[in-house]
Ligand binder design. Structure first.
Ligand code: TRP
Ligand code: ZN
Length: 869
């Protein structure tokens, strides 16, 4: 029998018995293995009781020798298990030397030191450093690292590690060595090294105070023409953090290495970021506008971590959102400054409402600062990242610019070089602003999406408008009852012409269960625009009349809310249509408004492209207590068809105006036009009367960029006919040498809403372009499949069984990836009985296997929830 993985609790936090002041690593990369010699300077932590022993974490390696203060230990003196090493230790300070070896080329977990496409690289967050050497692998142990790398010179001309290069040389045997030193003490999860034969692209950035920073990007040789956008994005990030947060870069060198095999997006290792190629490489032929934006965001995100995460780090992993939520918010501010604030915000809101809300309503629901976990890698979630960012955004809204930035400055100054908690962050915000933020902490402690119900009453006589708001939050695992949240509501009151009656940026704050807000000198019954810019991550409801909805859709002074009311109106039509999908329809007056918007050339094409897109399956599923997936999908498709048929002419005209003139340029204007052209085309190919398919082929053939090419493929992708299949084959033959475009080709197959999709996905798992060991390939095919209602929710449950089997196979190689792939099955409880039963069966089947802690945690928590359903 295997031991059940243990639950770790925040309340059990204990500071370490020793600090590790310095780490001196000498890593020799040999053909078959890596030899690691680690010299650790330990110093007792006088604040905690001593036991005479010290336990270091370590796994997946061969221990060769341990020395304490120059004396080699005999095997009887220490205790070694699969996961740790316990040493006898009583001295105030000691030098411990440990030699071990491991086999990076056999490491398919992509955690620790591994081999990808001929190069070595590392990934140590969250707990990967223990796969390199025995260590106190926890974020509150900060050490100064010196790293010497030794490898064959011809095969591995570049040997990189954190900090500054301090020495290097050649040996007679064809190897060379490079020594690096990072002056900033850091936790082991920020350690990184790379060895490889790569193309190096350089630039420089001069900081505000005049320091010249060398920027170095390392990519595989054949990708060297696709790095410019990432380099420019980095320079913009550096300028942004100086200008907005007053934060400068602190080393003389900033390196970014792009690797093809990577579990996540990128990693903020000090001075040596390692990136998934997906978030570095771009040119107009291979990357869409969205890819360009994502690169800018992720480059910014990792750069901003240099302060929010690295200079000020985490006390323990429960504090993960302290760096991630904050950094996502900083990244969002940066993206808004570089691009369209409205469209960025819409895309963020969409993500949180579809994915984070679902997570918060499921068996893995957890607070932004969780209280327990089984596997920390399962907590790199929408909640910790996206909801965590919303929490910082709310603080900003509540405090205002001045106090918010005073708070962040105080936080960075007060805690520079420390490992701290979310409470420390909120304390700094409170101290700087003079505001009591105790109740605000509920956002960190309580899981679940709050609901806010609002209603309004106008008193013409007193020219008063009274808004009543009530909040509640559903129970989540371990948290049956919730205390009220502090909910900032950005509000505007509009008259019938859409004129604003309140000062811009008015914010009311709901802190109690139920509360009333009074507005005076309101001369006519107003339409309230609520939660402007999505000012709080809640579900809310206000009983708008139809004419109020129209005022908001046309005139709301908050463009995000114009989009939002459109989504509400479309959702209502879809939900109303569920009883009879064949006759589901948008109301005629809504179609009239959409038509007018399409015909209005002044209407921003980027915003319009979002306004015309129906709410997704995930967003709608959140509004239902029991999902009939095929019925829901059929209803969505029916309404798409209706829009296409009724608005064909205006869409066709707008389409013709929307194809940008001239060669491809990455700028706001052209991006908006391309987004609009693609949405128009999507509907045009669906219309019964039209020439849509021909237009799609023409757009595909004529395109000088990937955005329009992909737009055309997405438009035709649901039609499993020769035309679509020919385009997809053409696409593959054009781009088969571009790994990132092959990913798009795979996900096109997996997102298609036609009856053969499931079969095609199964077949593609045997295609030579698909690799089980490459996360991008798995996410593109199986990740997209799990999000595709038509293909995944087979009536006989075969879609679930297929995914469960894939998870099981993946789990033996890469538990982190396997665990991401299982997410759709964790939503079982929300589905109608036969589907739920098949999903439960698939989970049961999995539970009989020998699972990683990662997959075990999700399977067991899902089954537990289903038992109580
Ligand atoms: N800290 C990284 C980020 O948010 C996340 C990350 C990268 C990660 N690689 C990982 C987390 C591997 C867990 C495992 O930018
Ligand atoms: Zn991050």
């Amino acid at each position: 029998m295997t031991v059940q993985p243990q639950t770790i609790y925040l309340k059990d936090y204990l500071a370490p018995a020793y600090w590790i002041k310095t780490v001196d690593l000498i890593i020799t990369l040999r053909e078959e293995d890596a030899l690691v010699m680690a010299t650790l300077q330990l110093e007792q932590n006088v604040k905690v009781p001593q036991t005479g022993r010290l336990t270091l974490q370590g796994e997946n390696q061969q221990l060769l020798e341990i020395e304490i203060d120059g004396r080699v230990l005999s095997a009887a003196e220490y205790v070694l298990t699969d996961s740790d090493l316990t040493l006898p230790l009583t001295a105030k300070s000691a030098t411990v030397r440990i030699q071990s070896t491991h086999r990076p080329k056999e490491n398919k977990t992509l955690s620790g030191l591994y081999y990808s496409n001929g190069n070595y690289c590392t990934q140590c967050e969250a707990e990967g450093f223990r796969r390199i050497t025995y260590f106190l692998d926890r974020p509150d142990v900060l050490s100064v690292f010196t790293t010497t790398l030794i490898a064959e010179q011809a095969q591995y001309p570049y040997l990189l590690a954190n900090g500054n290069c301090v020495d290097q040389g050649e040996n007679d045997d064809g190897t060379h060595w490079v020594k690096w030193q990072d002056p900033f003490p850091k936790p082991a999860y920020l350690f990184a090294m790379v060895a490889g034969d790569l193309a190096k692209l350089t630039d420089t950035y001069t900081t505000r105070s005049g320091k010249v920073v060398a920027l170095e990007f390392y990519v595989e040789h054949h990708n060297q023409n696709q790095v410019e956008h990432a380099i420019q994005s980095l320079k913009r990030s550096m300028a942004f953090d100086e200008k907005v947060y007053g934060l400068e870069y602190d080393l003389e060198l900033y390196m970014v290495v792009a690797v093809e095999d990577f579990n996540m997006g990128a990693m903020e290792n000090k001075g040596l970021n390692i990136f998934n190629t997906k978030y570095v490489l771009a040119d107009q032929n291979t990357a869409t506008d969205t890819d360009y934006q994502n690169i800018e965001s992720v480059i910014g995100h990792e750069y901003f971590h240099n302060w929010s995460g690295n200079r000020v780090t985490l006390r323990d992993w429960f504090q993960l959102s302290l760096k991630e939520g904050f950094t996502v918010y900083r990244e969002q501010q940066f993206a808004a400054a570089c691009g369209s604030p409205t469209c960025n915000r819409i895309d963020e809101v969409n993500l949180i409402r579809t994915r984070q809300f679902a997570e918060d309503a499921g068996p893995m629901a957890h607070a932004v600062r969780p209280e327990s976990y089984i596997e920390i890698n399962n907590f790199y979630t929408m909640t910790v990242y996206q909801k965590g960012a919303e929490v910082i955004r709310m603080l900003h809204t509540l405090l205002g610019d001045e106090a918010y930035y005073a708070g962040t400055s105080l936080y960075f100054k007060r805690h520079d070089g420390q490992a701290v908690t979310t409470d420390d962050f909120v304390q700094a915000m409170s101290d700087a602003s003079g505001k009591d933020l105790k109740q605000f902490l509920n956002w960190y402690r309580q899981a679940g999406t709050p609901s806010v119900t609002l209603s309004g009453e106008y008193y013409g006589k007193g020219q008063r408008f009274i808004l009543t708001a009530s909040q509640s939050c559903p129970p989540t695992p371990q948290q049956p009852n919730k205390a009220p949240f502090v909910i900032p509501i950005k509000i505007q009151l509009l008259d019938n012409q859409g004129t604003a009656l309140l000062p811009a940026n008015t914010v009311i704050v709901l802190t109690e269960g139920t509360q009333q807000f009074e507005f005076n000198n309101i001369t006519q019954a107003p339409t309230p625009s609520l939660f402007g810019q999505f000012s709080a991550p809640v579900k809310w409801d206000y009983p708008y009349t139809q004419s109020e909805q129209h005022i908001l859709l046309r005139h709301d002074t908050c463009p995000v809310n114009r989009w939002d009311i459109g989504q509400t109106m479309m959702s209502n039509a879809i939900l109303a249509g569920l009883a009879q999908p064949e006759t589901a329809a948008l109301p005629g007056d809504m179609l009239e408004i959409l038509k007018a918007l399409i015909q209005d050339q002044k209407e921003d094409p980027a915003l319009l492209s979002r306004l015309l897109t129906l709410p997704g399956f995930g967003f709608l599923g959140e509004k239902l207590s029991c999902i009939e997936p095929q019925v829901l999908l059929a209803t969505i498709l029916r309404i798409e068809q209706q829009i296409a048929d009724v608005l064909y002419e205006p869409l066709l005209q707008r389409y013709e105006h929307s194809l940008p003139k001239g060669v491809y340029q990455y700028n706001q204007k052209d991006m908006g036009l391309r987004a609009m052209a693609n949405v128009c085309l999507y509907y045009l190919v669906r219309a019964q009367q039209g020439q849509g398919l021909n237009l799609a082929v023409a757009q595909y053939q004529a395109a000088d960029n990937m955005t329009l090419r992909m737009g055309s493929l997405r438009a035709v992708n649901d039609f499993d006919a020769a035309l679509r299949n020919n385009l997809l084959s053409d696409f593959y033959s054009r781009y088969q040498d571009y790994a990132l475009v092959v990913d798009k080709w795979l996900s096109l197959h997996a997102t298609a809403r036609h009856v053969n999709c499931f079969k095609q996905v199964q077949t593609l798992t045997h295609h030579p372009a698909f690799h089980w060991t490459n996360p991008n390939k798995v996410y593109s095919l199986l990740g997209a499949f799990g999000q595709n209602p038509m293909a995944f929710h087979q009536a006989d449950g075969s879609g679930y069984a297929f995914l469960a089997q894939a998870v099981c196979d993946l789990d033996r190689k890469n538990p982190q990836v396997a665990s991401r792939m299982i997410d759709p099955l964790t939503q079982a409880k929300k589905y109608a009985a036969p589907y739920r039963q098949h999903m439960t069966d698939a989970l049961h089947q999995l539970s009989k296997e020998k699972l990683s802690a990662n997959v075990y945690e999700k399977v067991s928590k899902s089954l537990e929830e289903l038992q109580h359903a």
